[in-house]
Design a binder for this molecule. Structure first.
Ligand SMILES: [Zn+2]
Length: 135
């Protein structure tokens, strides 16, 4: 069943959200930064991956799925791009695996977004010639 799915490539493009920090006061940026630092924590299930849904034909030649009927599924897979052309992919067979994968992916994304916002605030503070860390 997995073989009939064939090759599919996941193009993982992380586009950073751009925060309008330039219009904010340094005090507001620092307050936001303090808040972000209280929120930042690494969830134990953090997972940098994607969960993809696939429908596929089965192995039975006479099945409706080979005569233009609906394919079987959905089947869920976890895909993880480790390097260019190096993709870790496996099926999430149970509902528990699917739920765990989705939760882990969401936690990873949240962490990444918070880190990105913190980074953009730091860049803006740096541009203003301000200190980034309390000395
Ligand atoms: Zn079938």
């Amino acid at each position: 069943m997995i073989d009939t799915l064939g090759f599919f490539a996941i193009l993982a493009l992380y586009m950073a959200r751009i925060y309008a920090n330039q219009r904010k006061s340094s005090l507001a940026l620092r307050q936001r930064k303090d808040f972000l630092l209280t929120q930042l924590k690494i969830a134990p299930d953090s997972l940098r991956a994607s969960v993809v849904e696939r429908f596929a034909p089965c192995g039975k030649a006479g099945c409706h799925c080979h005569q233009g009927g609906p394919k079987h599924g959905p089947y869920y897979f976890l895909t993880q791009c480790l390097a260019v052309g190096k993709i870790n992919k496996f099926q999430l067979k149970t509902l528990a695996q699917q739920k765990a994968a989705k939760a882990g992916v969401n936690h990873y994304r949240q962490l990444l977004e918070q880190l990105e916002e913190l980074s953009q605030i730091n860049a803006e503070l740096l541009r203003r010639g301000e200190a980034l860390a309390d000395e």
